[in-house]
Design a binder for this molecule. Structure first.
Ligand SMILES: *Cc1c(COP(=O)(O)O)cnc(C)c1O
Length: 397
């Protein structure tokens, strides 16, 4: 059959593919330990599930306003004020079916052929493909491991051309757990304002930060930044609600109006019941968020220490999110039997075949020297999995 050229521009999400492969192998009875998950392993907190159940019982099961119910917009507005010191009106907030959908909608109302969109790497796998779908070109700015994978102001400035429309900044980041300090953001902001480019701030991991570091989003730095910055966030990662599909954008009214118009001709509103659950997530007790954060930090400490204890592996200490992104390039060129490892994809395949451990090749995030492990899994599995990895790497000669 003939398909539109558009669909050949993109690949299936590699992280979702790894998870599916790990699940399929598990179903055949293989004892797989998966570090592939891109979602918290915790259950959605009970108060949030109860709110959804109440909404369903009350018959709140019909279409809602395309851009979300006022109650949820108000909860988002209150959250942005409380956590980020940002003031928005209802006309400046739009709710979509997950932050990925928010990003997709944004890209389609802002970018087109001839545009360039700046993406620091390592990057989240979906940014580049979403940009390709609009006809625009992602311009990848490779950050240095030695600089903590942080985008440098001079590097940003050098990448900006007359065609540049926007920068996408993910903070804390997937896959490297990079968190920018206020000072670092201010240095980037100076370039953004001077050049007058838009910035899409993907804040989805805002609530998963370690060592008591404070979170800052670019929009909160100045009035000028608030005009140029688009806040993208959601409940998936903070509240263990990935399956509920609620994300949101806060931005200038004309951006929100166009996203709402675009969404009115694709998904319409996000699920009514999930919207009520998200209201409870944002307005209700926040203890579960802190408890999940503490558990993630303990796991991070263990996984980073175990990785760095393996000769040849080098792993930075992530400051947020729930991934580690170790450098395993010291093993490239080595073999075990007839298996030779020369890149991150071969490394991931080797570890799956040899030790029944699933993880994602760094090449999918733009850095072939690395692999990504999610520690959104139990401490027992982290310890067992890391022991398997240590043994498998030890066999490479
Ligand atoms: C998980 C993730 C998202 C999307 O989350 P949704 O479930 O669609 O809300 C967006 N950005 C990054 C970096 C992510 O890791």
């Amino acid at each position: 059959m003939k398909f539109a050229a558009r669909i050949s521009l993109i690949k299936p999400s590699p992280t979702l593919a790894i998870q599916a492969k790990a699940n399929a192998l598990k179903a055949t009875g293989r004892d797989i330990i998966s570090f592939g998950a891109g979602e918290p392993d915790f259950d959605t907190p009970q108060n949030i599930k109860a709110a959804a159940a109440r909404a369903m019982e009350a018959g709140f099961t019909k279409y809602t306003a395309v851009g979300g119910i006022d109650e949820l917009k108000d909860a988002v507005i209150a959250k942005l004020q409380r956590d980020n010191g940002l003031s928005y009106r209802r006309s400046e907030v739009v709710v979509s079916c997950g932050a990925k959908h928010s990003l997709f909608n944004l890209a389609h109302i802002l970018f087109e052929e001839g545009d360039e969109v700046l993406v620091p790497s390592p990057y989240w796998v979906s940014y580049t493909d979403i940009i390709y779908l609009t006809g625009a070109k992602p311009v990848v700015m490779t950050t240095k491991e030695a600089e903590g994978f942080k985008l440098q102001p001079a590097q940003l400035e050098a990448a900006i051309t007359p065609r540049t429309r926007a920068l996408i900044l993910n903070n804390p980041s997937n896959p490297a757990g990079v968190c920018y300090t206020k000072k670092e953001l201010e240095a980037l902001a100076e370039v953004i304002v001077r050049k007058g480019i838009l910035v899409v701030s993907d804040d989805i991991y805002e609530k998963i930060m370690y060592d008591d570091q404070p979170f800052y989003t670019l929009a909160s730095l100045s009035d000028e930044l608030k005009r140029l910055a688009i806040v993208v966030n959601g409940v998936s990662k903070s509240y263990a609600m990935t399956g509920w599909r609620i994300g949101y954008i806060a931005a200038a009214e004309e951006i929100v109006a166009n996203v709402t118009k675009y969404q009115s001709q694709n998904t319409s509103n996000a699920t009514s019941i999930a919207q009520k659950a998200a209201v409870e997530a944002l307005n209700g007790p926040q203890e579960s968020v802190a408890a999940m954060g503490r558990e993630f930090q303990k796991r991070r400490d263990v996984i980073v220490a175990r990785l760095n204890a393996i000769e040849g592996v080098k792993c930075l200490n992530p400051q947020g999110a729930f991934y580690v992104f170790p450098n395993v390039s010291a093993f490239y060129g080595r073999s075990y039997g007839d298996k030779k490892i020369t890149n991150s994809a071969e490394m991931a395949t080797y570890l799956l075949d040899e030790s029944n451990v699933a993880l994602v090749p760094g090449a999918d995030f733009g850095h072939d020297d690395h692999i990504r492990l999610s520690y959104a899994t139990s401490m027992a599995l982290i310890e067992a999995g890391l022991e398997r990895i240590r043994q498998a790497l030890g066999k490479l000669r």
